[in-house]
Design a protein around this ligand. Structure first.
Ligand code: ZN
Ligand code: ZN
Length: 424
């Protein structure tokens, strides 16, 4: 068991609409009856303007707990997830203290059982203190409920440590999720190395800082014949490396964020700290390569990398601002508005890559629409237009790249593990 939430009621309710579950080849008007949290009946229904899909799974969220509960708590972060249509999320361990011991992990699991409105899993660190030197006790952490291992926020610089991490995580039967960054190339980098960074005089963060580490980690995984998961890919060279690894039969998976799919480094010209993230926004060719990879299944997961920051930390000049943007509450609408409506991505592919795709990549239960399954459903109004405002966020932070934007497609209702969690 790797997902934890508040013990709650199991609801009995009915959901009706155009049901689209691409992983199950379902696209028809249906009425779904849920009894005590379990789908008990599925029958044909008349047409409805609402769309019903398997709820979303986010494999990459920063809940800032413990240590920065002013930025996010398990409650606020999971309320944001519920508002975004998610039925499961995975939280990153780069907190204060780092989730690198059974004691820290155990305390988080207890808090999730009291506060989390959406089932939440916790990744534990690969290395103690995320210092990249000594591995954590992976078997013990897995026993305590660690969903996977990552040092997200920083790379595992030593290839030797990385290889042992692959071996030990495999023994613990958990995935490794990797933040790929070569720090001697990315150091002092604030924006993608290219024309925009040069014109603005911002420290360059080249694509090779990511793709070199992607290639190293894929080579190590191939040598061990073990799977691994690549987080937040941003560069077309990384996508090319992953394609080559797939041709050679390596079971590597990858995720991509809404901001890397929708924006390029042109957005950095605004010097808005809310378009500063790690890895940085790259060029249009990179963005297109990411969309193509999501379309053809080279990348099977959309991950928000929801990274809340306090206002005073982001309210500074671009170069002083920390990396990271929020995303849980806007992911679907942003991708529907920016990619599906203009015809770059099909609705079916988007729904699959936000639900079954990430669940499979991280070994989580796959939300399914079938009799006997726990209900994990999202109801969407594709015609609804809404404006992204600070006041609209459940998250305690508002560092969104979409503030002020009008988006199409709205989450109307979220059912997670048999409970209606949104609207609350
Ligand atoms: Zn990262
Ligand atoms: Zn992250």
């Amino acid at each position: 068991m790797t997902l934890f939430s508040r013990n709650g009621r199991a609801d009995s309710l009915t959901v009706e609409g155009r049901v689209v579950a691409p992983a199950q080849s379902i696209d028809e008007h249906l009425r779904i009856t849920i009894e005590a949290g379990v789908i008990s009946r599925i029958e044909p229904s008349g047409s409805s303007r609402l769309l019903v899909a398997p709820a979303f799974v986010d494999p990459h969220v920063h809940l800032r707990t413990p240590g920065r509960e002013d930025e996010e708590t398990l409650r606020s972060g999971t309320e944001a997830a519920a508002a975004g249509g998610y039925c499961a999320i995975l939280a990153m361990p780069n907190t204060d203290p780092v989730v690198d011991s059974a004691a820290v992990l155990g305390a988080l699991v207890e808090r999730a059982r009291e506060e989390a409105v959406v089932p939440t899993g916790f990744m534990a660190a690969i290395s103690k203190g995320q210092r990249g030197e000594e591995l954590t006790e992976m078997a013990e952490l897995a026993d305590c409920g660690a969903a996977a291992f990552t040092d997200d926020g920083v790379p595992v610089v030593s290839a030797g440590v990385m290889r042992r991490a692959l071996q030990y995580s495999s023994l613990a039967q958990r995935r490794l999720a990797l933040h790929c960054e070569e720090p001697t190339l990315s150091r002092d980098g604030h924006a993608h190395e290219g024309e925009v960074a040069a014109e603005l005089g911002l420290g360059p963060y080249p694509s090779a800082a990511e793709s070199l580490m992607v290639e190293r980690d894929l080579a190590l995984a191939a040598g061990e014949a073990l799977p691994l998961h690549l987080m937040h890919l941003s560069a077309r060279e990384s996508v090319a490396a992953l394609r080559r690894a797939h041709v050679e039969g390596l079971p590597a998976t990858a995720e991509v964020t809404p901001h890397h799919l929708c924006l390029t480094d042109e957005a950095v010209r605004s010097l808005d700290p809310n378009v500063k993230m790690n890895p940085p926004l790259r060029g249009e060719e990179d963005r297109r390569a990411l969309v193509e990879a999501l379309r053809d299944g080279t990348i099977t997961a959309v991950a928000t990398d929801h990274a809340p920051h306090a206002r005073h930390e982001k309210d500074v000049p671009f170069e002083d601002a920390p990396f990271g943007v929020t995303g849980l509450e806007t992911a679907f609408a942003a991708l529907y508005t920016r990619l599906v409506l203009p015809g770059e991505l099909s609705l079916e592919t988007l729904l699959e890559r936000m639900s079954a795709g990430p669940a499979r990549a991280l070994g989580l239960p796959e939300p399914r629409i079938e009799v006997g399954a726990r209900a994990n459903l999202v109801e969407l109004d594709l015609d609804a237009e809404w404006q992204v405002t600070e006041a609209g966020f459940r998250s305690l932070s508002a560092n969104s790249w979409l503030l002020g934007e009008t988006l199409r497609g709205r989450v109307v209702r979220t059912i997670a593990d048999g409970r209606e969690v949104f609207p609350a």
